[in-house]
Design a protein around this ligand. Structure first.
Ligand SMILES: NC(=O)c1ccc[n+]([C@@H]2O[C@H](COP(=O)([O-])OP(=O)(O)OC[C@H]3O[C@@H](n4cnc5c(N)ncnc54)[C@H](O)[C@@H]3O)[C@@H](O)[C@H]2O)c1
Length: 331
């Protein structure tokens, strides 16, 4: 098992990475704390032996976990069960579950501790780390949320054995993002499909943990991790969440990259079946982008990537960006 201790404003977050570690780690936690698991039905059924006798709240799967109605149901259920401030919440699931649980933990009785146990590739390498949580309003992504760090993150790659291929590929979109921004050697391994899964997870975890510790509140360096997400979130909404998060940000990265790397990026994304057919118009996308939280007074921050491992954050007006995109045939 590899352990990272990542400093944040209000303390240290411990990240444990390994294979078949979750049972033992949950047992250790339950010695000192009362635990309450938040998960969805698929995971609860697949991992009934892991949950065993820990109290559990089951929520709907995918983006439905991030509805206000689900949030309200969880809070009411916790009140009914008289959950007090000593209880530690366990987010057992993908990014939807950790986004919901983080917000519940931060808001219930002004704050409970929580632990992320990510079960998708995407949440293991990205969503479980950095403390961002979020709820959606109707079909608008992540309009409510805070930055609130988990006490611990337990990353067990054995969960990925049951993960459907489409969901695995969705996580590969975030891995491709990290490789493109920071690590040429990793990008080559992903392109040639020669990466070791545990090494890939640990490398991405290190990168996400370092960047989100250095810029916890997303004011400068961390913004680069939004590469692909401005357009991606809009595509998720427009598709009514029929696109996976990875598919949406894959298209988003192609829109936002604006450099000679675009054909190389397109090739590797296609290799992982991350570019399904879609046909939204530029107008539809831009009109929704204006309500995205990353827009500050008609400006958008984009990550320009002239070569692998190099990037520059550029503030641009939406109009300038629209003119640039008009020359591209992206779909
Ligand atoms: N907070 C952040 O920093 C951050 C970063 C990236 C993404 N996100 C959010 O994460 C969400 C996407 O998360 P996701 O891609 O992990 O998907 P998800 O949580 O929506 O899960 C996708 C599906 O996979 C199933 N599943 C999960 N683990 C499984 C396993 N081990 N075996 C079999 N099935 C399993 C779930 O039941 C669900 O049906 C989006 O809402 C996105 O906005 C948040």
């Amino acid at each position: 098992m590899k352990t990272l201790r990542i400093p944040h404003l209000n303390g240290i977050v411990t990240i444990k990475c390994g294979e078949n570690i979750v049972g033992e780690e949950l047992k250790k936690l339950s010695l000192d704390h009362s635990l309450l698991i938040i998960t969805d039905e698929t995971i609860a059924n697949l991992y009934a032996h892991t949950i065993s006798d820990i109290p559990t709240i089951i929520v709907p799967e995918g983006e439905k976990a991030k509805d206000i109605e689900t949030y309200s149901m969880v809070i009411q259920e916790m009140l009914k069960r008289q959950v007090d401030k000593n209880v530690v919440l366990i987010a057992l699931g993908g990014g939807s579950i950790s986004d919901l649980t983080g917000f519940v933990a931060n808001s219930y009785k002004r704050g409970l501790r929580f632990v992320n146990v990510p079960t998708t590739l995407l949440s293991q390498i990205d969503a479980s780390i950095g403390g961002k949580n979020a709820l959606n309003i109707q079909s608008l992504k992540n309009q409510i949320g805070t930055i609130y760090q988990p006490k611990e993150i337990i990353i067990d790659s054995s969960f990925l054995k049951t993960l459907p291929q489409k969901q695995f590929n969705s996580g590969m979109a975030e891995a491709i993002k990290y490789a493109l921004l920071f690590d040429e050697a990793l990008l080559e391994k992903i392109e040639n499909q020669t990466f070791n899964q545990n090494d890939l997870i640990f490398r991405c975890v290190e990168l996400k943990a370092q960047i989100s510790s250095y810029d916890e509140f997303d004011s400068h360096k961390r913004k680069v991790l939004n590469f692909g997400h401005t357009v991606g979130h809009v595509l998720e909404s427009l598709s009514k969440f029929t696109l996976t998060h990875g598919e949406a940000i894959a298209w988003g990265m192609l829109w936002e990259i604006n450099s000679s790397l675009r054909p190389r990026l397109k090739k590797v994304l296609s290799k992982y079946s991350l570019l399904p057919d879609i046909s939204f118009t530029l107008e539809e996308i831009l009109s929704q982008i204006k309500s995205d939280k990353k827009i500050e007074s008609e400006n958008i921050t984009l990550a320009k990537i002239p070569k692998v491992g190099k990037y520059e954050l550029v503030k641009q007006t939406i109009e300038t960006w629209q003119k640039e995109l008009a020359h591209e045939h992206l779909w």
